[in-house]
Design a protein around this ligand. Structure first.
Ligand code: NAD
Length: 292
């Protein structure tokens, strides 16, 4: 039977740990503080930011969603970010993507410094990830959440062949680096990859991060390898329901997967959990900086 890799028990367990950490920080007069900058009214972005705020508050951190007008000028947007950067009480700053077209060329990570980049997308944080040094950097939230998930359910990636579909800077590429660091053998696939089915049939673990509803079906699986499938995709169907990049029903019906993440309720909540973890690391590090 295919095991369902749900996020809920992981989030429950880690929330308790994070709450204890915020209590310890409060004894040192530090309240972890996250500022989320949301430009415009994108409905999906509103839901994501609300969920991030909800978890932050659950662990007794402070979180504010700063909503900016869709037509805010580039200079006003940059100034808003700079003000947040200058505020020593702010530990983490996150700009919810996607941004409106006229702001797409703003290099956010030239403004948000690596120590407040709780998303882990600053080139210094990504560089540290490539080097395998995590002690003074932030690991991007979705890849970090996937490792938390595998660890919780007792799957070790050492020596495993991991096939990642999607090479974005927020999921595929950092995940490939993280998996490699944990001694997996990684194949990173994308839209120009030839013979994708041949590769997925050879995988011990398949990760889909494409943004195409129900893309991965039984035709991508073999009769001999029974992989773990991690579905990162979040897609809206015409009936407004969410679905992943994996045809969940088809894979379950086929019965040739060891385990699979549901959408919703799989990788998404773990991305948010990782953000809360990164925020607390940022708050803890701010104490060392104050003391040194
Ligand atoms: P992106 O658009 O930046 O990248 C998509 C990648 O998929 C590209 O590398 C592209 O080459 C590849 N691709 C597209 N079509 C393909 C095909 N037919 N065959 C092979 N590769 C193909 O996407 P992203 O920002 O990484 O997001 C991917 C999906 O993951 C989206 O649905 C997004 O909403 C979701 N997402 C979820 C979370 C989460 O927390 N669960 C986090 C981030 C992104």
């Amino acid at each position: 039977m295919t095991v369902l890799l749900k996020a809920a028990p992981i989030v429950e367990k880690h929330t308790k740990i994070l709450k204890q950490k915020t209590t310890s920080l409060s004894l040192k007069n530090v309240v972890p503080c996250l500022k989320i900058v949301l430009v415009g009214n994108d409905p999906a972005s509103k839901i994501y930011t609300r969920n991030k705020k909800r978890l932050s508050e659950k662990i007794n951190a402070s979180c504010e969603i700063i909503v900016l007008n869709e037509d805010i000028s580039e200079s006003d947007f940059v100034n808003k970010l700079r003000k947040l950067v200058e505020n020593v009480k702010v530990h983490g700053i996150l700009v919810q993507l996607p941004l409106p077209k006229h702001l797409k060329n703003v290099d956010i990570h030239k403004i948000i410094p690596p120590e407040k980049d709780v998303d882990g997308f600053h080139s210094q944080n990504l560089g540290r990830l490539m080097e395998g040094h995590f002690e003074d950097s932030f690991v991007p939230c979705t890849p970090k959440g996937i490792m938390t998930l595998l660890d919780f359910y007792g799957y070790n990636v050492m020596g495993e062949h991991v096939v990642i579909i999607g090479r974005s800077l927020i999921v595929g590429k950092p995940l490939a680096a993280l998996m490699t660091h944990h001694h997996a053998t990684v194949t990173l696939c994308h839209s120009r990859t030839q013979n994708l089915e041949y590769l997925t049939k050879e995988a011990d673990i398949i990760v889909t991060a494409i943004g195409r509803p129900k893309f991965l079906t039984r035709k991508h699986l073999s009769l001999t390898k029974i992989p773990i499938i991690i579905d990162v995709g979040i897609n809206s169907l015409p009936n407004k329901k969410l679905c992943g990049d994996v045809d969940f029903e088809d894979i379950i019906d086929w019965g040739m997967a060891t385990a699979i993440t549901p959408v919703p309720g799989g990788v998404g909540p773990l991305t948010i959990l990782s953000l809360a973890e990164n925020l607390l690391i940022a708050a803890e590090r701010s104490i060392y900086e104050m003391e040194s």
